[in-house]
Design a protein around this ligand. Sequence first.
Ligand code: NAD
Ligand code: UFG
Length: 343
Amino acid sequence: MTKERLTYLLTGGTGYIGSHTAVEMINNGYEVVIVDNLYNSSDVVVDRIEKITGIRPKFYPYDVRDKDTLRRVFEENSIEGVIHFAGLKSVGESVDRPLDYYRNNLDSTLSLLEIMKEFNVNNFVFSSSATVYGEGNPSPYTEDMPKGNCSNPYGWTKSMIEQILTDAAVANPELSVVLLRYFNPIGAHESGLIGEDPQGIPNNLMPYVSQVAIGRREKLTIFGNDYDTPDGTGERDFIHVVDLAEGHVKAIDYAKSHKGIEVFNLGTGNPYSVLDIVNTFMEVTGAEVKYEFGPRRAGDLAAVWADPSKSEKVLGWKATRDLRKMCEDTWNWQKNNPNGYKK
Ligand code: NAD
Ligand code: UFG
């Protein structure tokens, strides 16, 4: 007798984190259905997921905000639960276009929750962010710290969605919600077939570093070298995206057997500085990364890292890939796809 494969909907599943999670889910025996409007990703990702796993996920190029098309997805598939990755995620852009961020990120979540209710689907995993801890809390962050003030509209959408999900879980005792607060995902699948493919000039450190190394950008500007950190540059909790993806598989296991809402940090617990990243990347890859120091970037904190002990204790999850592996896999992806998914 063959075991029944449970079906999970991944909104935003062709994006950076969603695609890596799709691979881990398929490898763990799940059936994956992806809804993504391709605003920030490419449908080539579906081919790549198939190439890695041998199984092609079902793909709908829909907007999650659109309840009519979303309803069709739930009618055509027996969905057990949802991982909600879909959202706009650029901090700087959210300052210039706050309404787009609130509309997209909040509306997509509300539409999804309403359709899930119609179909009595009660397992929800959400892509939240370390940004909800705000400015007042000292690192390492623990899940029981009060949330803080976010320094930008993107962060507020995450904080607001966490509140919406908390209220929804109170109102519906059948609902199981897992809030995953990601720290700084970098790296790529070791096949080099999927990875991070930012459109335009990258906002985040690692894609900028790898684009300088491949010659797409002239040099990196390091935003500030006068922080109160050992080398003066900002410190973050960089985590390999495949470790992060594995955390989702554990979160789904947890959601199946629990009700109510629970929060987990997905980080390594080890802070590394911007200079650590640049130096390790050069050492591991042999590529040169030219850089200069510039002023601090508005809204940046000096040092942000997780206390991941709750995830280890409750989910049985721990990040295992080190910084060298993160750099190695980033470079493998970048070298094999110098222009990302563009053919
Ligand atoms: P991504 O942009 O690569 O993936 C998000 C995907 O959602 C994209 O493919 C985009 O096309 C899709 N999307 C956006 N709005 C949509 C809509 N209305 N309908 C359908 N599809 C839509 O980003 P990512 O890095 O993979 O991030 C995934 C999630 O994790 C996001 O919610 C992001 O805010 C969150 N997150 C990311 C980071 C990070 O550093 N990458 C950190 C913390 C949290
Ligand atoms: N940095 C540079 N130069 C660059 C880009 C970044 O020096 O060109 C520095 C930043 O100043 C910071 C560090 O590299 O010190 C990391 O910056 P990122 O932009 O890569 O990441 P952030 O920590 O600012 O933000 C990321 C995600 C957010 C998420 C947050 C959660 O972009 O979505 O992590 O911790 F909310």
